[in-house]
Design a protein around this ligand. Structure first.
Ligand SMILES: Cc1cc2nc3c(=O)[nH]c(=O)nc-3n(C[C@H](O)[C@H](O)[C@H](O)COP(=O)(O)OP(=O)(O)OC[C@H]3O[C@@H](n4cnc5c(N)ncnc54)[C@H](O)[C@@H]3O)c2cc1C
Ligand SMILES: Cc1cc2nc3c(=O)[nH]c(=O)nc-3n(C[C@H](O)[C@H](O)[C@H](O)COP(=O)(O)O)c2cc1C
Ligand code: SF4
Length: 406
């Protein structure tokens, strides 16, 4: 019908703004769990019935995926939405054969949709704070500084990258064998895998820009005293908050430890203390056929810190998984394999085989304030300054670098 009416081309999307049906809404601007090009089957079908060009859209992030769709004639054109927010140079890099230098949109919806497009505010991108500034070249610096960044998480990587783009000489030190910090754990739960792209893509850009990357280098007091430079950036991230009185017990672990292990062998009753993003995700991760997982949150709502649609989907998945959720319930005491809890109506005890703590994070101080003073300029960034989210780490790092190094 559209073809008969003279329409030139058809762009095939999907989904509906349907209150109470998050999975239908999700199909419009997909959150992280969707595969690249998943909506192309719709274009492929439409193409069988029309002669005008058919365009496909939705989570197309890599030139090879786009080329594959075109080569298989599943669509005549490929449309990129958020891919161009995360990296406006996507087409140019694809054309030049530099796909490995594309910063891939991770479908987090944090800065283009949430609180932005739907609130009539300018859109941005969680991993590319430069959205909208593409035509403004970075200022040329008059003096090249030697910049030392401690910590290769999102904030350290972004600070290092921006400093290098400004023309400074940059060295990045990471104590682990790989870059990424918490993102290495954040990308482990199902449907969060795309977060690994941030590590891979930032690392590729850092290497291409010539940032000195030093892995397996924990910067201690001694080591720092041997490093000279003009600017020191502490991007040492955060550790999980773990109350002192329950440390060192074999029946209590923190959520990051569980994710780091990569598998979950425990049987029996698992209590997860804390229903923020990490608590919800580790609950899903821990749930298996042979255990019961009970998630306890003292507030009435869970995962308040999460992007709203992603949160609705996660809560739906939690419901389906059989995780028992107790909101408005506060843990008042931890005994041997047992917690005492109160809700507004009652106080009771709950037994557990394993207690997983997911009670937020606290900043890692870094090598020591006295030695930090050996550098003329010392700054803190990301979780080391204030625990937050990926977007806080990345935006904070770029803003700081432009403020102090431009
Ligand atoms: C399980 C989990 C899920 C998450 N999910 C999300 C999410 O869905 N969305 C979101 O926005 N955010 C999420 N986050 C939070 C997000 O990952 C962090 O806010 C962000 O990655 C912080 O980056 P950072 O660089 O400040 O710190 P970190 O990632 O902690 O990096 C600090 C780095 O410094 C290194 N380091 C520390 N001390 C030294 C030293 N002395 N010498 C050398 N290196 C050192 C550490 O090894 C680490 O690699 C999640 C976090 C976790 C743990
Ligand atoms: C900021 C923003 C606004 C959008 N507005 C609309 C819209 O008004 N109507 C619509 O059908 N899709 C809209 N979309 C969806 C996109 O057109 C696209 O189909 C979707 O983002 C999936 O493609 P992508 O993964 O390449 O971004 C919007 C997406 C974004 C990021
Ligand atoms: S904010 Fe997230 S979803 Fe939006 S463009 Fe950036 S990476 Fe993609």
């Amino acid at each position: 019908l559209l073809e008969e009416m003279g329409v030139d081309a058809i762009d095939i999307s999907a989904g509906a703004q349907a209150v109470g049906f998050p999975r239908a809404t999700a199909a419009i601007v997909e959150p992280m769990g969707y595969q690249q090009g998943w909506k192309t089957y719709l274009a492929r079908e439409v193409k069988k019935h029309v002669k005008i060009p058919v365009i496909t859209v939705g989570v197309i992030r890599e030139p090879d995926i786009a080329e594959g769709i075109l080569a298989r004639k599943e669509a005549d054109f490929v449309a990129l939405g958020r891919a161009l927010l995360a990296d406006p140079f996507w087409p140019m890099k694809a054309h030049r054969g530099e796909s490995h230098l594309i910063l891939r949109c991770v479908s987090c919806r944090e800065a283009c949709i949430t609180g932005r497009a739907f609130n009539d505010r300018p859109i941005s991108c969680a991993i590319n704070p430069g959205v909208g500034d593409e035509d403004t070249p970075l200022p040329l610096v008059s003096k090249t500084k030697r910049v030392t960044v401690i910590g290769g998480g999102a904030s350290g990587m972004k600070f290092a990258l921006t400093a290098r783009e400004l023309g400074h000489q940059v060295d990045l030190y990471e104590q682990e064998k790989e870059l990424g910090g918490q993102l290495n754990l954040a990308c482990i739960p199902a449907k969060r895998e795309k977060l690994r792209w941030v590590i891979e893509d930032f690392e590729a850009l850092l290497r291409a820009q010539g940032v000195g990357i030093h892995l397996n280098e924990k910067i201690s007091h001694d080591r720092l005293s041997k490093l000279a430079g003009d600017v020191l950036v502490i991007a040492t991230g955060s550790n999980p908050f773990f109350p002192e009185r329950i440390r060192g017990r074999s029946d209590i672990v923190d959520a990051r430890q569980i994710l780091r292990a990569g598998h979950f062998p425990a049987k029996g009753t698992i209590i997860v203390a804390g229903g923020g993003t990490v608590g919800c995700e580790v609950s899903m991760f821990a749930k298996g056929p042979e255990n019961q997982v009970i998630l306890i949150e003292q507030l009435e709502t869970m995962a308040q810190d999460m992007e709203p649609l992603t949160r609705q989907l996660l809560l739906a998945d939690l419901d389906d998984s059989g995780v028992v959720i107790k909101t408005g319930v506060k843990i008042t005491e931890v005994k041997d394999h047992q917690v005492s809890v109160t809700s507004k109506d009652e106080a009771f005890e709950m037994d557990f085989d394993l207690l997983i703590v997911a009670l937020g994070s606290e900043s890692v101080c870094g090598p020591g304030t006295e030695l930090e003073r050996m550098f003329p300029e010392v700054y803190r960034v990301g979780d080391a300054a204030q625990p937050g989210k990926l977007m806080d780490a990345v935006h904070g790092a770029r803003n700081l670098a432009l403020q102090v190094l431009a």
